[in-house]
Ligand binder design. Structure first.
Ligand code: AHM
Ligand code: MG
Length: 323
């Protein structure tokens, strides 16, 4: 069995980036342990606080955020960090080469019901000599990512990651406390008849997305000519993982409730890292009109409409939006 560090070395990942990724995993192993303890550790439930997105924070959102933030700002190769749970980016080391953004606990509405949640991370290179508490250094498009990954805390804890050389899957071996390689070079099937979307938001979507879903529901008799199945875990990590394993399409589209109209998900913590993973596994990822990784971020907490998964199905959704 190959350990994570052996795989990174074989992929030609430099020692500094390897140490950054390993520190992310130190925090994730701690998060996995705490999630496993659940009620026993007395850390389930909500805090009194809201994050910058106006969402109530769960206790585990805060704990996971602190674990990642503390270990990364102490890493000599990290210039700064940006988190879904922090208002501003935080400086690390002035000569650190890397910037790390993360969603410490994605899908955290699932914690209290003991369902799957995950951590999502993305690594960029710091482009100039500015400090990591200046958010401008983070505002690079997704194509600039040098690594992206997620840890899914499910029946087993899994790491899925890419450094631009395909996507590997690691399983946390709790006996030795290490992520070991369990699947190499994941490839998303190009076609699918399984979609994932929160249907209760239908009236807030654009007509193009409504039309696509209406056509899916028509099954064999409709213009798409096949019978669709639907899944919605309300945990993007679990959703993307299912798609990596058996194909599918995941959508959190344009939504007219939010002033940005961009739906719920965030470009730097969710859209970009998941897009890099999906593209590296042969899938596709779009806003409906352009590739997510080509979107130029204006702010660290920007939101983005997300359509990702099996290549040919994503192309169909894009065709609905661009015809
Ligand atoms: P979070 O980062 O606050 O947990 O929100 C992101 C999550 C995604 O994991 C999931 O796809 C989506 O929110 C579910 O949203 P909804 O509750 O609207 O179905
Ligand atoms: Mg999230």
């Amino acid at each position: 069995m190959k350990r994570l560090d052996q795989v990174l070395a074989a992929d030609g990942v430099n020692a500094e980036l390897e140490l950054v990724i390993k520190d992310v995993m130190v925090a994730c192993k701690d998060i996995a342990y705490k999630l496993g303890q659940g009620e026993l550790a007395g850390i389930l439930g909500a805090t009194e606080d809201e994050n910058v997105q106006g969402e109530t924070q769960k206790m585990l959102d805060v704990i996971s955020n602190d674990l990642l933030k503390d270990i990364l700002v102490a890493n000599p190769y990290v210039r700064g960090v940006g988190s879904e749970e922090e208002d501003y980016t935080i400086a690390g080391h002035a000569d650190g080469k890397y910037l790390v953004t993360f969603d410490p606990l994605d899908g955290s509405s699932n914690i209290d019901v003991n369902l799957s949640v995950g951590t999502i991370f993305s690594v960029l290179e710091a482009q100039d000599d500015q400090s990591g508490d200046n958010q401008e250094v983070f505002l690079q498009n997704g194509r600039k990512q040098v690594a992206a990954g997620y840890v899914l805390y499910g029946p087993s804890s899994l790491l899925v990651m890419t450094t631009g050389n395909g996507v590997n899957l690691f399983t946390l071996d709790t006996n030795i406390g290490e992520f070991v390689l369990t699947k190499e070079a994941l490839q998303i099937p190009e076609d699918t008849a399984e979609f994932a979307i929160n249907m209760s938001n239908q009236r807030f979507w654009e007509p193009e997305m409504k039309q696509y879903i209406d056509d899916c529901l028509l099954g064999e008799e409709g213009p798409l000519g096949k019978r669709y199945n639907m899944r919605w875990v309300a945990s993007m990590v679990a959703e993307v993982h299912r798609i990596l394993i058996r194909g599918g399409i995941f959508m959190y589209p344009y939504d007219n409730r939010d002033p940005s109209k961009a739906g719920k998900l965030r470009l730097m913590y969710e859209g970009n890292p998941m897009s890099m993973i999906v593209e590296q596994a042969g899938g596709a990822s779009s806003t409906g009109r352009m590739d997510i990784m080509d979107v130029a971020p204006q702010g660290i907490h920007d939101r983005v409409p997300v359509v990702l998964g099996s290549k040919n199905e994503v192309a169909k959704v894009v065709a609905y939006h661009t015809k």
